[in-house]
Design a protein around this ligand. Sequence first.
Ligand code: BES
Ligand code: MN
Ligand code: ZN
Length: 507
Amino acid sequence: MEFTIKLVSPERLRTGLLVLGAFSGLPLPPASRAVDEASQGRLSRLVSEGELDDKAGSSVLLHGLAGVAAERVLLVSFGKADPSGDKSWRNAFAAIAAALAATAAKEAAITLDETALPPGRDFAWALRQASRIIADGAYRFEPPRAEKKHKKKHGAAKVAFILPDTGETLEEAVRQGQAIAQGMALAKDLGNLGANVCTPSYLADIARGLGKQYKFEVEVLERDDMEKLGMGAFLAVARGARQSPRFIVMHYRGDKPHKGKGGKPKSHPVTLIGKGITFDSGGISLKPGAEMDEMKYDMCGAASVIGVFKAIAAMALPVDVIGIVPATENMPGGNAARPGDVVRSLSGQTIEILNTDAEGRLILCDALTYAERFKPGCVIDIATLTGACIVALGKIPSGLLANDDELADELAQRGMDAGDRVWRLPLWEEYQDLLKSNFADMANIGGRFGGAITAAAFLSRFATAYKWAHLDIAGTAWLSGDAKGSTGRPLPLLAEFLLARAAADKR
Ligand code: BES
Ligand code: MN
Ligand code: ZN
């Protein structure tokens, strides 16, 4: 998809599809008004006759509007002017994205003006969101099929934003949104691929390929390396798998090295850790059969980390970021770990494995310890960690748990900015008691209650050397049922977080 920014009169623009906005109960915004006047009041009549629903995102499509150069005009409701947030704006753009993905027009143009911006939002924000939502809306997974279907390709390939002349350079915002959508497309593809294709070594190859393309460092550890290091928790999960595990470390250095005391470069990279279970059968604590196919999505944390590396590299963002992906399958078998096994983690702490299906925390704990060597400014792990998180929060926000309030608040704010929300759960000391074991420093499960929290409580014992946040994306990383597929979340949140960090560093 190709995006441009144009400063033209909308009524005179030759395009396949012209998108205009309208608020319920308010006069038409300037661009819509210009087209309304050119068409002898067709739009305002349509609105006054009640043909455009009040609900943000509802729309009316008009063909061959007299006096207007565009072939089609789509009038989209932005709902009632919303003083409280971005919700109706986002609903409107979700509808615009769907219309652009389905239209027979090859080119489209979208008008944007100040009056349509949510409170406190500027054009750069709006263009970054809009280009991401529209490019992401055009994502399709290409399944391998016996015969290539020669379906007619729908959807606008060229999209112009029509803006008032603000004197700002806004191309960068559009490029950023597009880069985020490209990262999301990669993350979605990785999630949607079956576990016979998307294996740990496949993830490593994708990471290496990105490193080559964008010139960042990628190191891949194999089983021997991990044995030498002493990653007993990770290896306990990998033992049952025929697919060999990988421990992938990416380092993107977009910032100029800061000079610390004594002239030594000093950088405290943001470190992202993504759970990369390419298939979670549960292991010896085998899962029930229903919907087990969806456990191919148990590497969506990893996919979001790899995807966000693509996004920040594509936009050449000035930040220092480490990405760590522990990747393995969780399978049953004669060599698999059993309930009751005690293993020693990289940190030295021992773990009694009471349930082999609580495997995510076992691979993440060794990654959290490994991260210490980078002296990170903060560490964020992203994991499809617990069914309990879906029970607690549903599928709207991702779960957020953290050992640092400032980092938690920052992530919550960026989630709002990106329309990719998180909700914080407590991580109080009392929960630690639930992890007691008679046979090791801790057990890997904490009983029936508060499962999303006890999982994070387990991780917190390994995240002691830095500021740390944990995102439980079990409910948000993919959709089930007819709409089954990856969502690409929480990549928008991670990208927004890094963008804001980069902007703060510049100041
Ligand atoms: N990958 C699952 C969590 C999961 C389940 C995510 C369903 C999305 C949908 C994780 O490895 C797991 O199996 N967790 C267990 C933990 C339990 C054994 C303490 C769970 O949530 O049931
Ligand atoms: Mn599991
Ligand atoms: Zn899992």
